[in-house]
Every structure is written in C-alpha cells, then in structure tokens.
Design a protein around this ligand. Structure first.
Ligand SMILES: [Zn+2]
Ligand SMILES: [Zn+2]
Length: 160
C-alpha cells in the first residue's frame, strides 16, 4: 500500500478510526439509504482505510476476505450509492475511478509515477468559496467536492 508519510502529513486532519456500526447505520439513515449488511460492510471498510483511494476491484478483493459471498455487482452498486449520497469520495482518474473515505472538500495529490493518492484537507475558505462558486455557476448539485493535483510525490522526486 502507498506510503502516506511525508511533508503533507501535518496538513491532513483525519480521525483515523473506522466508524462504528451504529454510526454507519445512522449516517445511512440520514441520507435515506437502507442499511443492508453488505452496505454497512462496504462503508465500514472504507471509513477505516485511511488515506488510500482504492478501485472498486481492490475494494471487492479486500472485502471478500471477511465476506466471501459478496458479489462484485453488490460492491459496485453500493459504492455508487455511497458516493451519490456524499458519504464517500469518488475520485475519477484517467485510469479509472477510485474511492476514498473523506467526503469533505479536499485536495487530492495524485502521483503519476507510483499512483499514490494523498488527501489534504486544506480547510481554506478561499478554496471553499471557489468550489461553491463553481457549483453555483454550473448550477450543479454537488455531493462531493475535491480538487486533484497531478504530479510526482516526494518519494518519487527523491528517488529520481
Ligand atoms: Zn510517487
Ligand atoms: Zn481524496
């Protein structure tokens, strides 16, 4: 798994603990989503996976270790529902979608060499205003707001 250390660590602000099943059921209910066992498992896993941004395929593989009967279609459908409800982040990258645990507005630093994705919660009012203005101009109902910066992470820069 990608290293998440480095100079951005002090700018991130995660409560790194996974949500409890009770918290998960509450949040799903608030968004009008049924709390099926599979959905609780998918959301619970993502809420505890730190800064990783995994593909649906990777999530399916990881979840099957504890839920061997979980189908790929179920994982995909639940990821779509959770992302649509604004509970998780769906990050659309040229090589495919990845899912992250932070639904609040944030900046993704995507390394083009190693594929590492780091969340940076800037908490910057100028950024919040920019996102709000973009949504207003586009008359867009935003569920998850993130900005993506592509480039090379510190490790890759250091080793080249
Ligand atoms: Zn890198
Ligand atoms: Zn992210």
């Amino acid at each position: 798994m990608p290293a998440t250390s480095g100079q951005t660590t002090d700018m991130t602000n995660h409560a790194s603990d996974a949500l409890t099943p009770t918290e998960i059921v509450t949040r799903l209910g608030e968004r009008g989503l049924a709390a099926s066992a599979q959905r609780v498992a998918v959301y619970g896993f993502i809420s505890g996976m730190g800064e990783q941004h995994l593909t649906a395929e990777e999530l399916h593989r990881a979840l099957r270790e504890s839920l061997p009967t979980l189908s790929r279609a179920t994982v995909y459908n639940n990821l779509a529902a959770l992302a649509d409800a604004g509970l998780i982040e769906k990050l659309d990258l040229p090589e495919g979608a990845r899912f992250g645990r932070v639904p609040e507005p944030h900046v993704n630093l995507v390394c083009r060499e190693c594929g590492d994705v780091t969340d940076v919660l800037v908490g910057d009012e100028a950024v919040q205003r920019l996102l709000a203005r973009a949504a207003r101009v586009g008359q867009f109902d935003v569920s998850v707001a993130s900005i993506t910066l592509s480039g090379r992470c510190r490790d890759c820069v250091t080793h080249n």
